[in-house]
Design a protein around this ligand. Structure first.
Ligand code: MN
Length: 216
């Protein structure tokens, strides 16, 4: 059961597929994948994961509507694949959400928000919209951010919004890596990305707002 919508990103046509429950058997990804999640809200444990968007930066974006208490084995396999880098913006929350609900910890990961914090120390604006605007000169709409992602039928504007959240991440990673390399912070950034699954696991396991590195 697949619905298709077309999107134009920087003059390139991108097909957006909406799947119920899991990725289709014939979905395949080459290289790193951009991943994003939409949920009923922002409270881990209260708000369920509704949608996972995934794209390898090619001409397709796959949106998987997550069914309640039903596994998504094909999606889980991609998330857990040690040879597939997952690129996310603010990976910590999405990792915890997917771990909590799908039982899988996504790894290895690259977080464009952490990369931005380490690279763009001249600003405190690290939201996806701001980083994409500055580094790529592209506009991302955030007007569907708060909407009913648990709906059985997503609207065309929800589908377009959800897809837009993953289509810029590959280009963003390249721009951020260039700054991190230039400023000598790539090794530190990589160490932070490597720690992210453990940080998300702490969130799930009951240390959400506690800094275990702090003195008190
Ligand atoms: Mn999103």
């Amino acid at each position: 059961m697949t619905r298709k919508l077309s999107l134009t990103v920087e003059g390139k046509n991108v097909a957006v597929y909406v799947h119920k429950g899991d990725l289709p058997a014939d979905a395949s990804f080459v290289g790193p994948v951009a991943v994003d999640c939409e949920a009923m809200g922002l409270a881990l444990g209260r708000d369920r994961l509704c949608l996972v968007q995934i794209s390898d930066g090619g001409d397709a974006v796959h949106l998987v509507q997550i069914a309640k208490e039903t596994p998504a084995p094909r999606l889980q396999a991609v998330l857990a694949d040690p040879d597939t880098l997952k690129i996310l913006h603010f990976a910590r929350f999405d990792l915890a959400l997917m771990r909590h609900q799908l039982g899988v910890m996504a790894a290895p990961v690259y977080c464009t928000k952490i990369a931005s914090r380490l690279a763009r120390t001249y600003t405190d604006r690290h939201g996806l919209k701001d980083v994409v605007k500055e580094l790529l000169g592209r506009d991302v709409s955030k007007d569907q951010q708060s909407s009913d992602w648990g709906a059985d039928q997503l609207s065309d504007s929800q589908v377009a919004y959800a897809a837009a959240d993953v289509v810029h991440l590959h280009a963003l990673r390249e721009k951020l890596n260039a700054i991190l390399e230039r400023e000598g912070r790539m090794t530190l950034a990589q160490a932070c990305f490597d720690f992210l699954p453990a940080r998300a696991e702490l969130d799930v396991a009951g240390w959400p707002e506690i800094d275990i590195f702090a003195h008190s």
